[in-house]
Ligand binder design. Structure first.
Ligand SMILES: [Zn+2]
Length: 441
Protein backbone atom coordinates (compact mmCIF):
# COMPACT_ATOMS: atom_id res chain seq x y z
CA UNK A 1 0.00 0.00 0.00
CA UNK A 2 2.85 2.37 0.88
CA UNK A 3 4.61 1.62 -2.38
CA UNK A 4 1.50 2.44 -4.30
CA UNK A 5 1.11 5.69 -2.42
CA UNK A 6 4.72 6.61 -3.21
CA UNK A 7 4.31 5.72 -6.85
CA UNK A 8 1.18 7.85 -6.98
CA UNK A 9 2.94 10.78 -5.33
CA UNK A 10 5.89 10.58 -7.72
CA UNK A 11 3.81 10.28 -10.84
CA UNK A 12 1.57 13.01 -9.54
CA UNK A 13 4.36 15.56 -9.16
CA UNK A 14 5.76 15.08 -12.65
CA UNK A 15 2.46 15.58 -14.45
CA UNK A 16 0.89 18.78 -15.77
CA UNK A 17 -2.05 20.24 -13.91
CA UNK A 18 -4.85 18.67 -15.95
CA UNK A 19 -3.29 15.26 -15.56
CA UNK A 20 -2.81 15.80 -11.87
CA UNK A 21 -6.51 16.45 -11.56
CA UNK A 22 -7.29 13.32 -13.53
CA UNK A 23 -4.83 11.24 -11.63
CA UNK A 24 -5.94 12.76 -8.34
CA UNK A 25 -9.49 11.66 -9.07
CA UNK A 26 -8.29 8.20 -10.00
CA UNK A 27 -6.34 7.99 -6.80
CA UNK A 28 -9.38 8.85 -4.74
CA UNK A 29 -11.29 6.09 -6.48
CA UNK A 30 -8.38 3.72 -6.00
CA UNK A 31 -8.29 4.43 -2.31
CA UNK A 32 -12.03 4.07 -2.03
CA UNK A 33 -11.83 0.72 -3.76
CA UNK A 34 -8.97 -0.42 -1.57
CA UNK A 35 -11.01 0.42 1.50
CA UNK A 36 -14.16 -1.22 0.24
CA UNK A 37 -12.72 -4.16 -1.62
CA UNK A 38 -9.30 -4.98 -0.27
CA UNK A 39 -9.20 -8.28 -2.20
CA UNK A 40 -8.42 -6.25 -5.32
CA UNK A 41 -4.80 -6.37 -4.25
CA UNK A 42 -4.51 -10.09 -4.22
CA UNK A 43 -1.20 -10.97 -5.94
CA UNK A 44 -2.84 -12.87 -8.82
CA UNK A 45 -5.49 -10.27 -9.37
CA UNK A 46 -4.96 -8.25 -12.49
CA UNK A 47 -6.86 -5.30 -11.19
CA UNK A 48 -7.35 -2.51 -13.74
CA UNK A 49 -7.26 0.06 -11.03
CA UNK A 50 -3.78 -0.83 -9.91
CA UNK A 51 -2.70 -0.65 -13.51
CA UNK A 52 -3.79 2.92 -13.89
CA UNK A 53 -1.17 3.99 -11.40
CA UNK A 54 1.54 2.60 -13.67
CA UNK A 55 0.31 4.42 -16.73
CA UNK A 56 2.51 6.78 -18.64
CA UNK A 57 1.24 10.21 -19.45
CA UNK A 58 0.39 9.21 -23.02
CA UNK A 59 -1.46 6.14 -21.99
CA UNK A 60 -3.50 8.21 -19.61
CA UNK A 61 -4.59 10.28 -22.55
CA UNK A 62 -5.54 7.10 -24.34
CA UNK A 63 -7.80 6.23 -21.52
CA UNK A 64 -9.32 9.62 -21.18
CA UNK A 65 -9.42 11.36 -24.53
CA UNK A 66 -12.74 13.07 -24.08
CA UNK A 67 -12.58 15.88 -21.65
CA UNK A 68 -16.34 16.09 -21.83
CA UNK A 69 -16.54 12.91 -19.88
CA UNK A 70 -16.11 13.38 -16.15
CA UNK A 71 -13.20 11.33 -14.98
CA UNK A 72 -14.98 9.85 -12.02
CA UNK A 73 -17.33 8.02 -14.34
CA UNK A 74 -14.59 6.31 -16.22
CA UNK A 75 -13.26 3.72 -13.80
CA UNK A 76 -15.67 0.98 -12.87
CA UNK A 77 -17.39 1.42 -9.58
CA UNK A 78 -16.94 -1.31 -7.01
CA UNK A 79 -20.62 -2.17 -7.21
CA UNK A 80 -20.40 -3.10 -10.87
CA UNK A 81 -19.44 -6.57 -11.86
CA UNK A 82 -17.07 -5.71 -14.67
CA UNK A 83 -14.46 -7.69 -16.55
CA UNK A 84 -11.05 -7.13 -15.08
CA UNK A 85 -9.47 -5.27 -17.97
CA UNK A 86 -12.51 -3.38 -19.05
CA UNK A 87 -10.96 -0.03 -18.30
CA UNK A 88 -8.37 -0.62 -21.02
CA UNK A 89 -10.79 -1.61 -23.72
CA UNK A 90 -13.95 0.11 -22.96
CA UNK A 91 -13.31 3.73 -22.14
CA UNK A 92 -11.79 4.92 -25.42
CA UNK A 93 -14.54 3.30 -27.43
CA UNK A 94 -17.37 4.38 -25.24
CA UNK A 95 -18.56 7.10 -27.61
CA UNK A 96 -17.40 5.34 -30.75
CA UNK A 97 -15.72 8.48 -32.00
CA UNK A 98 -12.58 10.18 -30.79
CA UNK A 99 -12.33 13.92 -31.00
CA UNK A 100 -9.14 15.87 -30.79
CA UNK A 101 -8.45 19.57 -31.09
CA UNK A 102 -5.09 20.29 -32.66
CA UNK A 103 -2.78 22.22 -30.40
CA UNK A 104 0.61 23.76 -30.98
CA UNK A 105 3.28 21.28 -32.05
CA UNK A 106 0.85 18.52 -33.03
CA UNK A 107 1.26 16.59 -36.24
CA UNK A 108 -1.06 13.98 -37.67
CA UNK A 109 1.31 11.22 -36.61
CA UNK A 110 1.88 12.60 -33.12
CA UNK A 111 -1.88 12.84 -32.60
CA UNK A 112 -2.92 9.48 -34.03
CA UNK A 113 0.10 7.53 -32.92
CA UNK A 114 -0.63 8.21 -29.28
CA UNK A 115 -4.01 6.60 -29.83
CA UNK A 116 -2.34 3.49 -31.13
CA UNK A 117 -2.88 4.07 -34.84
CA UNK A 118 0.26 2.92 -36.56
CA UNK A 119 2.53 4.84 -38.82
CA UNK A 120 1.66 2.72 -41.84
CA UNK A 121 -1.94 3.89 -41.65
CA UNK A 122 -0.87 7.49 -41.11
CA UNK A 123 1.31 7.44 -44.21
CA UNK A 124 -1.59 5.99 -46.21
CA UNK A 125 -3.68 8.97 -45.11
CA UNK A 126 -1.00 11.46 -46.08
CA UNK A 127 -0.70 9.74 -49.44
CA UNK A 128 -4.37 10.50 -50.07
CA UNK A 129 -4.12 14.11 -48.92
CA UNK A 130 -0.74 15.69 -48.44
CA UNK A 131 -2.40 18.66 -46.72
CA UNK A 132 -2.73 16.45 -43.65
CA UNK A 133 0.92 17.27 -43.02
CA UNK A 134 -0.10 20.80 -42.18
CA UNK A 135 -2.54 20.67 -39.31
CA UNK A 136 -3.33 24.03 -37.81
CA UNK A 137 -3.93 24.86 -34.17
CA UNK A 138 -7.62 24.74 -33.29
CA UNK A 139 -8.69 22.38 -36.07
CA UNK A 140 -10.64 19.34 -35.00
CA UNK A 141 -9.89 15.74 -35.85
CA UNK A 142 -12.38 12.95 -35.21
CA UNK A 143 -12.00 9.31 -35.99
CA UNK A 144 -13.65 5.97 -35.50
CA UNK A 145 -12.02 2.59 -35.18
CA UNK A 146 -13.23 -0.81 -36.28
CA UNK A 147 -13.89 -3.49 -33.66
CA UNK A 148 -10.36 -4.75 -34.07
CA UNK A 149 -8.89 -1.30 -33.53
CA UNK A 150 -8.23 -0.33 -37.16
CA UNK A 151 -8.88 3.20 -38.29
CA UNK A 152 -12.22 3.23 -40.09
CA UNK A 153 -12.76 6.89 -40.75
CA UNK A 154 -10.95 10.13 -40.04
CA UNK A 155 -12.56 13.50 -40.42
CA UNK A 156 -10.65 16.75 -40.39
CA UNK A 157 -12.43 20.02 -39.89
CA UNK A 158 -10.12 22.31 -41.82
CA UNK A 159 -12.31 25.37 -41.26
CA UNK A 160 -15.78 26.19 -40.10
CA UNK A 161 -16.89 25.60 -43.66
CA UNK A 162 -14.97 22.56 -44.77
CA UNK A 163 -14.62 19.07 -43.37
CA UNK A 164 -12.49 16.48 -45.16
CA UNK A 165 -13.30 12.84 -44.62
CA UNK A 166 -11.05 9.84 -45.17
CA UNK A 167 -12.75 6.44 -45.26
CA UNK A 168 -11.01 3.10 -45.33
CA UNK A 169 -11.19 1.77 -48.86
CA UNK A 170 -9.45 -1.42 -49.85
CA UNK A 171 -5.85 -1.19 -48.72
CA UNK A 172 -5.91 2.54 -48.35
CA UNK A 173 -8.28 5.43 -47.88
CA UNK A 174 -10.51 7.50 -50.06
CA UNK A 175 -11.21 11.10 -49.28
CA UNK A 176 -14.27 13.28 -49.64
CA UNK A 177 -15.13 16.76 -48.53
CA UNK A 178 -18.19 18.42 -47.07
CA UNK A 179 -18.69 22.12 -47.51
CA UNK A 180 -21.11 23.75 -45.19
CA UNK A 181 -23.12 26.32 -47.03
CA UNK A 182 -24.19 29.39 -45.19
CA UNK A 183 -27.11 31.54 -46.10
CA UNK A 184 -26.61 34.54 -48.36
CA UNK A 185 -28.07 37.73 -46.97
CA UNK A 186 -28.15 41.21 -48.38
CA UNK A 187 -27.14 44.09 -46.15
CA UNK A 188 -27.21 47.77 -46.97
CA UNK A 189 -24.50 49.73 -45.18
CA UNK A 190 -24.69 53.48 -45.48
CA UNK A 191 -22.69 56.29 -44.00
CA UNK A 192 -21.24 59.75 -44.30
CA UNK A 193 -17.60 60.53 -44.89
CA UNK A 194 -15.95 62.00 -41.84
CA UNK A 195 -12.20 61.66 -41.88
CA UNK A 196 -10.89 59.01 -44.26
CA UNK A 197 -13.22 56.92 -46.38
CA UNK A 198 -11.76 53.76 -44.85
CA UNK A 199 -12.54 54.78 -41.28
CA UNK A 200 -15.99 56.07 -42.27
CA UNK A 201 -16.80 52.83 -44.07
CA UNK A 202 -15.54 50.80 -41.15
CA UNK A 203 -17.84 52.77 -38.91
CA UNK A 204 -20.74 51.92 -41.23
CA UNK A 205 -19.96 48.23 -40.65
CA UNK A 206 -17.84 47.23 -43.65
CA UNK A 207 -14.90 44.89 -43.18
CA UNK A 208 -11.45 45.65 -44.54
CA UNK A 209 -11.94 43.35 -47.52
CA UNK A 210 -15.32 44.88 -48.28
CA UNK A 211 -13.89 48.39 -48.18
CA UNK A 212 -11.19 47.54 -50.69
CA UNK A 213 -13.82 45.95 -52.94
CA UNK A 214 -15.73 49.25 -52.89
CA UNK A 215 -12.63 51.33 -53.63
CA UNK A 216 -11.63 49.02 -56.46
CA UNK A 217 -15.12 49.06 -57.98
CA UNK A 218 -15.11 52.86 -58.12
CA UNK A 219 -11.42 53.41 -58.85
CA UNK A 220 -11.92 54.56 -62.42
CA UNK A 221 -14.55 57.07 -61.49
CA UNK A 222 -13.14 58.92 -58.55
CA UNK A 223 -10.15 59.35 -56.29
CA UNK A 224 -11.08 58.35 -52.75
CA UNK A 225 -8.44 60.63 -51.28
CA UNK A 226 -10.36 63.59 -52.62
CA UNK A 227 -13.63 62.81 -50.86
CA UNK A 228 -14.84 65.54 -48.59
CA UNK A 229 -16.50 65.56 -45.23
CA UNK A 230 -20.22 65.09 -45.70
CA UNK A 231 -19.95 63.00 -48.89
CA UNK A 232 -22.31 60.06 -48.55
CA UNK A 233 -22.19 56.42 -49.56
CA UNK A 234 -24.41 53.40 -49.57
CA UNK A 235 -23.18 49.86 -50.14
CA UNK A 236 -25.14 46.69 -50.83
CA UNK A 237 -23.20 43.68 -49.60
CA UNK A 238 -24.25 40.11 -50.18
CA UNK A 239 -22.88 38.14 -47.26
CA UNK A 240 -22.80 34.43 -46.60
CA UNK A 241 -23.69 33.90 -42.97
CA UNK A 242 -22.64 30.80 -41.07
CA UNK A 243 -23.07 30.50 -37.31
CA UNK A 244 -24.00 34.17 -37.12
CA UNK A 245 -20.74 35.28 -38.73
CA UNK A 246 -20.05 36.55 -42.20
CA UNK A 247 -18.10 33.82 -43.94
CA UNK A 248 -17.53 35.59 -47.23
CA UNK A 249 -19.11 38.50 -49.00
CA UNK A 250 -19.60 40.05 -52.42
CA UNK A 251 -20.10 43.67 -53.18
CA UNK A 252 -23.37 43.84 -55.10
CA UNK A 253 -23.42 47.56 -55.68
CA UNK A 254 -22.24 50.90 -54.41
CA UNK A 255 -23.41 54.47 -54.70
CA UNK A 256 -21.19 57.32 -53.68
CA UNK A 257 -22.30 60.92 -53.68
CA UNK A 258 -19.48 63.44 -53.78
CA UNK A 259 -19.83 67.15 -54.51
CA UNK A 260 -23.51 66.60 -55.41
CA UNK A 261 -22.67 64.01 -58.07
CA UNK A 262 -23.64 60.34 -57.86
CA UNK A 263 -21.22 57.58 -58.80
CA UNK A 264 -22.44 54.01 -59.15
CA UNK A 265 -20.78 50.65 -59.66
CA UNK A 266 -22.98 47.57 -59.85
CA UNK A 267 -21.79 44.04 -60.09
CA UNK A 268 -22.83 41.96 -63.09
CA UNK A 269 -23.15 38.20 -63.36
CA UNK A 270 -19.55 38.02 -64.63
CA UNK A 271 -18.29 39.46 -61.32
CA UNK A 272 -17.19 42.73 -62.92
CA UNK A 273 -18.53 46.19 -62.22
CA UNK A 274 -20.28 48.44 -64.69
CA UNK A 275 -22.03 51.76 -64.52
CA UNK A 276 -25.81 52.04 -64.60
CA UNK A 277 -25.93 51.79 -68.38
CA UNK A 278 -23.81 48.64 -68.52
CA UNK A 279 -20.68 50.35 -69.78
CA UNK A 280 -17.32 49.23 -68.47
CA UNK A 281 -15.82 51.46 -65.83
CA UNK A 282 -12.26 51.03 -67.03
CA UNK A 283 -11.83 52.53 -70.48
CA UNK A 284 -8.88 50.30 -71.15
CA UNK A 285 -5.25 51.10 -71.94
CA UNK A 286 -3.42 51.48 -75.19
CA UNK A 287 -0.37 49.23 -75.44
CA UNK A 288 1.89 51.97 -76.83
CA UNK A 289 2.15 55.64 -75.82
CA UNK A 290 2.50 56.79 -79.39
CA UNK A 291 0.27 56.74 -82.47
CA UNK A 292 2.71 54.59 -84.36
CA UNK A 293 4.62 51.66 -82.96
CA UNK A 294 8.37 52.27 -82.81
CA UNK A 295 11.34 49.94 -82.56
CA UNK A 296 12.36 48.85 -79.06
CA UNK A 297 15.93 49.98 -78.45
CA UNK A 298 16.21 48.66 -74.91
CA UNK A 299 13.98 46.15 -73.17
CA UNK A 300 12.51 46.02 -69.69
CA UNK A 301 15.08 44.29 -67.48
CA UNK A 302 14.86 44.34 -63.69
CA UNK A 303 18.29 42.66 -63.43
CA UNK A 304 20.22 44.68 -66.00
CA UNK A 305 23.90 45.06 -65.16
CA UNK A 306 25.46 48.41 -65.90
CA UNK A 307 28.33 47.61 -68.30
CA UNK A 308 30.49 50.38 -66.82
CA UNK A 309 30.02 49.93 -63.05
CA UNK A 310 29.17 46.22 -63.11
CA UNK A 311 26.30 46.90 -60.70
CA UNK A 312 22.71 45.83 -61.12
CA UNK A 313 20.87 48.83 -62.49
CA UNK A 314 17.35 47.72 -63.27
CA UNK A 315 15.81 49.05 -66.46
CA UNK A 316 12.26 49.59 -65.21
CA UNK A 317 10.79 50.47 -68.55
CA UNK A 318 11.17 50.01 -72.24
CA UNK A 319 12.96 52.38 -74.60
CA UNK A 320 11.47 53.18 -77.99
CA UNK A 321 13.62 54.70 -80.70
CA UNK A 322 11.41 57.68 -81.48
CA UNK A 323 12.39 60.80 -83.45
CA UNK A 324 12.53 64.03 -81.44
CA UNK A 325 9.24 65.92 -81.29
CA UNK A 326 6.90 62.90 -81.62
CA UNK A 327 3.68 63.34 -79.59
CA UNK A 328 3.48 61.20 -76.44
CA UNK A 329 -0.03 59.97 -75.58
CA UNK A 330 -1.53 59.08 -72.20
CA UNK A 331 -2.20 55.32 -72.49
CA UNK A 332 -5.30 55.50 -70.30
CA UNK A 333 -7.60 57.85 -68.42
CA UNK A 334 -5.95 59.28 -65.37
CA UNK A 335 -4.48 62.19 -63.52
CA UNK A 336 -1.05 63.74 -64.02
CA UNK A 337 0.87 63.43 -60.77
CA UNK A 338 4.31 64.57 -61.98
CA UNK A 339 5.27 66.84 -64.88
CA UNK A 340 8.70 68.37 -64.34
CA UNK A 341 12.36 68.41 -65.20
CA UNK A 342 14.49 66.12 -63.07
CA UNK A 343 18.10 64.88 -63.32
CA UNK A 344 18.44 61.54 -65.06
CA UNK A 345 14.89 61.33 -66.38
CA UNK A 346 15.03 64.73 -68.03
CA UNK A 347 11.58 66.17 -68.60
CA UNK A 348 9.22 63.55 -67.37
CA UNK A 349 5.56 62.86 -66.70
CA UNK A 350 3.85 60.39 -64.36
CA UNK A 351 0.14 59.65 -64.70
CA UNK A 352 -1.92 57.75 -62.15
CA UNK A 353 -4.74 55.60 -63.54
CA UNK A 354 -7.23 54.40 -60.96
CA UNK A 355 -5.71 53.00 -57.82
CA UNK A 356 -3.41 50.33 -59.14
CA UNK A 357 -1.79 51.74 -62.23
CA UNK A 358 0.79 54.40 -62.94
CA UNK A 359 2.61 55.18 -66.18
CA UNK A 360 5.80 57.26 -66.63
CA UNK A 361 7.23 58.92 -69.74
CA UNK A 362 10.83 60.20 -69.75
CA UNK A 363 13.50 62.19 -71.65
CA UNK A 364 10.83 64.45 -73.18
CA UNK A 365 11.61 67.60 -75.07
CA UNK A 366 8.40 69.31 -74.00
CA UNK A 367 5.76 68.84 -71.29
CA UNK A 368 2.17 69.55 -72.43
CA UNK A 369 0.40 68.91 -69.10
CA UNK A 370 0.59 70.06 -65.49
CA UNK A 371 0.41 68.14 -62.24
CA UNK A 372 -3.20 67.62 -61.11
CA UNK A 373 -4.52 67.73 -64.66
CA UNK A 374 -7.03 65.05 -65.69
CA UNK A 375 -6.16 63.29 -68.94
CA UNK A 376 -8.10 60.94 -71.19
CA UNK A 377 -6.78 57.97 -73.05
CA UNK A 378 -4.98 59.16 -76.18
CA UNK A 379 -4.48 62.77 -74.99
CA UNK A 380 -1.18 64.35 -76.02
CA UNK A 381 0.84 64.92 -72.87
CA UNK A 382 4.32 65.73 -74.23
CA UNK A 383 6.79 65.59 -77.09
CA UNK A 384 9.67 63.13 -77.19
CA UNK A 385 13.24 64.30 -76.86
CA UNK A 386 16.70 63.49 -75.56
CA UNK A 387 16.80 65.21 -72.17
CA UNK A 388 18.40 63.88 -68.95
CA UNK A 389 20.71 60.89 -68.95
CA UNK A 390 20.11 59.85 -72.53
CA UNK A 391 22.53 58.91 -75.30
CA UNK A 392 20.15 59.54 -78.18
CA UNK A 393 16.57 60.49 -78.96
CA UNK A 394 14.21 57.96 -77.37
CA UNK A 395 11.14 57.59 -75.22
CA UNK A 396 11.54 55.68 -71.97
CA UNK A 397 8.14 54.35 -70.94
CA UNK A 398 7.16 52.57 -67.69
CA UNK A 399 4.04 50.90 -66.28
CA UNK A 400 3.66 50.34 -62.58
CA UNK A 401 1.02 48.04 -61.16
CA UNK A 402 0.52 48.13 -57.39
CA UNK A 403 3.79 50.03 -56.93
CA UNK A 404 5.80 47.56 -58.95
CA UNK A 405 7.34 48.20 -62.34
CA UNK A 406 6.18 45.68 -64.93
CA UNK A 407 7.13 44.99 -68.52
CA UNK A 408 5.06 47.43 -70.61
CA UNK A 409 5.13 45.12 -73.62
CA UNK A 410 3.61 42.15 -71.80
CA UNK A 411 1.76 43.60 -68.78
CA UNK A 412 -1.87 42.66 -68.34
CA UNK A 413 -3.65 45.93 -68.94
CA UNK A 414 -7.21 46.96 -68.20
CA UNK A 415 -9.33 46.42 -71.28
CA UNK A 416 -12.26 48.38 -72.52
CA UNK A 417 -15.29 46.46 -71.42
CA UNK A 418 -19.00 46.70 -71.79
CA UNK A 419 -22.03 44.45 -71.82
CA UNK A 420 -24.05 43.65 -74.90
CA UNK A 421 -27.08 41.58 -75.82
CA UNK A 422 -28.67 39.41 -73.15
CA UNK A 423 -25.84 40.10 -70.69
CA UNK A 424 -26.70 43.76 -70.90
CA UNK A 425 -30.47 43.32 -70.50
CA UNK A 426 -29.89 40.99 -67.52
CA UNK A 427 -27.58 43.58 -66.08
CA UNK A 428 -30.04 46.43 -66.55
CA UNK A 429 -32.70 44.39 -64.74
CA UNK A 430 -30.23 43.99 -61.92
CA UNK A 431 -29.54 47.72 -61.87
CA UNK A 432 -33.28 48.40 -61.48
CA UNK A 433 -33.34 46.00 -58.55
CA UNK A 434 -30.18 47.17 -56.79
CA UNK A 435 -30.28 50.93 -57.32
CA UNK A 436 -33.36 51.68 -55.14
CA UNK A 437 -31.70 49.80 -52.27
CA UNK A 438 -28.72 52.12 -52.30
CA UNK A 439 -30.33 54.77 -50.11
CA UNK A 440 -28.16 57.47 -48.67
CA UNK A 441 -28.35 58.31 -45.03
ZN1 LIG B 1 15.12 53.53 -70.65
Amino acid sequence: MQQIARAVAMAFNTLPRTHRIMLGSLTVVTLAVSVWRPYVYHPVSNSPIVKTVELEKNQLRTLLPEASEPIDQAPPTPEEDVPKDEIDEDVPNETGTHDYVVSSGDTLSSVLNQYGIDMGVISQLVKVDNDLRNLRVGQQLSWTLTDDGQLQRLSWETSRRETRIYDRFGDGFKSSSEIQKGEWQNSVLAGTVNGSFVSSARQAGLSGGEISAVIKALQWQLDFRKLRKGDRFSVLMSREMLDGKSEQSHLAGVRLQSGGKDYYAIRAEDGKFYDRSGSGLARGFMRFPTVKQYRVSSNFNPRRVNPVTGRVAPHRGVDFAVPIGTPVLAVGDGEVIVAKRSGGAGNYIAVRHGRQYMTRYMHLKKLLVKPGQKVKRGDRIGLTGNTGRSTGPHLHYEIWINNQAVNPLTAKLPRMEGLTGKDRSDYLARVREVTPKLKLQ
